[in-house]
Design a protein around this ligand. Structure first.
Ligand code: HEC
Ligand code: HEC
Ligand code: HEC
Ligand code: HEC
Ligand code: HEC
Ligand code: HEC
Length: 178
């Protein structure tokens, strides 16, 4: 490589990061995932929330992933996401759980019929902690569920036992799309 080209390269390698640093963009990624202890990761989209960095940094969030842990109670009092998600500026954290947390879960099964687990149908009746983390790790596909285990009262079978809810031993088609 010619000397002046090498020099240019070195200048660029130094200049680019410092330019990004100067405008506060270093380390910027569009999607961040906030890790909770019990209920999995929460996705946050920068691009959806716009370019007014100062609305959030550094007052509400330090610019480092997983460095701002609060619980939902604090959020309801206006901390973290709750600074805006208060039912006035944006939908409230006191409801709408599945907008930020967990959507539908799909289990594909060609032989027995796919199963759709609707979080929202269940979170209307139960708190997260009635299922996470004791019955299910809050991670898609992280739980080895068999019908046998369910019939012994594990996983879905903890409730779908024919008394709290329809039974895993009978109502196949209530879960399996046959
Ligand atoms: C609506 C609020 C909001 C706005 C506006 C916002 N951010 Fe963020 N930013 C966050 C949140 C939330 C996190 C994750 C914090 C955590 O995980 O504890 C984050 C994290 C970051 C991180 C750390 C990423 C990492 O992987 O460690 C950087 C860098 C960052 N933001 C830069 C910016 C820049 C630059 C802008 C403007 C273009 C911006 N942010 C606008 C909320 C916001
Ligand atoms: C605006 C988005 C948003 C909404 C709406 C929301 N959450 Fe959260 N939730 C989060 C984020 C982000 C975290 C991680 C916070 C952290 O680690 O700082 C979290 C953490 C949690 C946690 C673990 C921490 C704790 O408080 O024990 C639970 C449980 C939880 N949420 C349940 C709920 C329930 C139940 C609802 C509905 C009543 C809900 N969330 C609504 C964003 C949201
Ligand atoms: C500076 C204010 C502000 C903060 C802080 C903020 N949001 Fe939002 N967010 C908004 C606004 C405004 C909207 C759009 C209005 C609405 O949907 O009610 C929105 C919408 C959303 C949506 C809906 C996006 C979609 O695709 O429809 C999600 C999900 C969300 N926010 C998650 C979060 C999470 C998670 C946090 C915290 C880590 C957070 N927000 C922090 C202002 C904020
Ligand atoms: C009735 C039981 C039940 C309740 C209540 C429940 N979940 Fe789940 N959750 C599940 C099941 C089942 C899965 C899928 C696990 C698997 O695929 O192995 C899951 C998965 C998840 C995942 C991982 C999603 C992914 O895409 O990887 C998150 C995050 C989660 N739940 C959060 C929550 C939060 C937050 C609440 C409360 C607002 C909640 N769950 C309430 C049963 C429940
Ligand atoms: C904490 C208890 C509990 C657990 C765990 C649970 N369910 Fe449910 N589920 C219920 C109750 C209660 C109902 C409503 C009563 C009924 O329909 O018998 C219900 C209703 C349903 C319905 C009908 C409503 C709808 O979504 O359309 C389906 C399907 C379902 N559950 C699937 C599942 C699957 C799949 C799992 C495991 C991945 C599961 N459930 C785990 C308690 C639970
Ligand atoms: C409460 C909902 C629910 C009911 C009711 C239910 N299942 Fe399942 N079934 C599931 C879920 C969830 C899985 C696991 C999918 C995965 O993890 O990939 C599963 C998996 C299976 C599997 C593959 C795993 C294994 O154990 O071999 C078979 C076969 C099966 N179901 C048959 C049945 C039959 C037959 C019935 C009726 C007697 C039934 N299921 C009733 C939810 C249900």
């Amino acid at each position: 490589m010619q000397r002046h080209r090498l020099l240019m390269l070195i200048v660029m390698m130094v200049a680019l990061p410092s330019a990004l640093y100067a405008v506060g963009m270093e380390g910027f990624v569009d999607e961040v995932f906030l890790q909770t202890e019990t209920v999995g990761k929460v996705r946050f989209s920068h691009s959806f929330h716009g370019t007014g960095c100062g609305e959030c940094h550094p007052k509400i969030f330090k610019k480092m992933n997983n460095s701002n842990h609060v619980d939902m109670k604090a959020m309801e009092k206006g901390k973290s996401c709750g600074a805006c998600h208060n039912g006035k500026k944006a939908f409230t954290v006191a409801e709408n759980c599945t907008k930020c947390h967990a959507g539908d879960i799909f289990y594909r099964d060609k032989e027995n019929g796919n199963v759709t687990f609707s979080h929202s149908a269940h979170t209307d009746m139960f708190g997260c902690d009635e299922c996470h983390p004791d019955l299910f790790k809050a991670e898609r596909g992280a739980n080895k569920q068999t019908m046998e285990a369910m019939e012994e009262g594990q996983y879905c079978g903890a409730c779908h036992d024919g008394s709290s809810a329809f039974s895993v031993a009978e109502d196949c088609e209530s879960c399996h799309d046959m």
